[in-house]
Design a protein around this ligand. Structure first.
Ligand SMILES: [Mg+2]
Length: 212
């Protein structure tokens, strides 16, 4: 009998990797054209709030405000910033490789604008079997779809408990095991979860759960 196919799904931002400079480097690109950091930050927040952030949409918003800048050139510089500021957590690649060596599939489920998220994932050089780009705050449908393919419970890891709670609202732990990656100093580390989740502070703590 063939071994049961298993899968671990990961959120991307702040779970596998993060932007290290808090977007200061992105703002610096456009400050060359006379826009203030404060204004650039506010516009960044507004773009993020209105839809899903991308460099393309950011340039659109700056232009819509009447700013003039060499768009092509700045977009290239902004993408360089994206590549350079992206920091893969120290244990990420080794943990992913260990998981893959065990014959377990690795799926990335990332919320945000497709091309922007795909760029970040490519820059991270993390090896995976599949990527799903979904909406922030609404990963449950995607998780449900993925879990339907596997006989054993899907493991899903996210740094944001709200995402895990929405999944747990819909699915039992026979279908999905929700893992809250609560890194010290993380963005959502002090949040309160509505449901019970497995809590880890580092991706290496996942490995004992994979022994069978
Ligand atoms: Mg995240």
């Amino acid at each position: 009998m063939a071994a049961m196919q298993k899968c671990i799904a990961f959120d991307f931002d702040n779970t596998l990797a993060r932007a290290t400079d808090g977007y200061v480097g992105l703002f610096a690109v456009f400050q060359k054209d006379g826009m203030s950091e404060d204004y650039l930050k506010k516009t960044y927040e507004a773009v993020k709030e209105a839809s899903q952030f991308s460099i393309e949409k950011y340039c659109d918003a700056l232009e819509a405000d009447g700013n003039h800048f060499p768009r092509q050139e700045r977009q290239v510089e902004a993408e360089e910033w994206l590549r350079e500021s992206l920091h893969v957590f120290p244990e990420t690649r080794a943990v992913i490789e260990t998981i893959r060596e065990k014959g377990i599939q690795v799926i990335i489920v990332s919320g945000g604008e497709r091309s922007y998220q795909m760029k970040k994932i490519a820059y991270s050089e993390i090896r995976y079997d599949e990527v799903f780009i979904t909406h922030i705050g609404n990963k449950a449908d995607t998780i449900q779809e993925i879990s339907g393919r596997f006989a054993s419970p899907l493991v899903y890891v996210d740094d944001r408990p709200m995402e895990l709670d929405r999944i747990r609202d819909k699915m039992s732990d026979e279908t999905v095991l929700t893992v809250w990656l609560r890194r010290p100093g993380g963005k959502y580390t002090n949040d309160v979860a509505e449901h019970e989740h497995i809590i880890i502070s580092n991706l290496t703590e996942l490995l004992p759960f994979l022994e069978n």
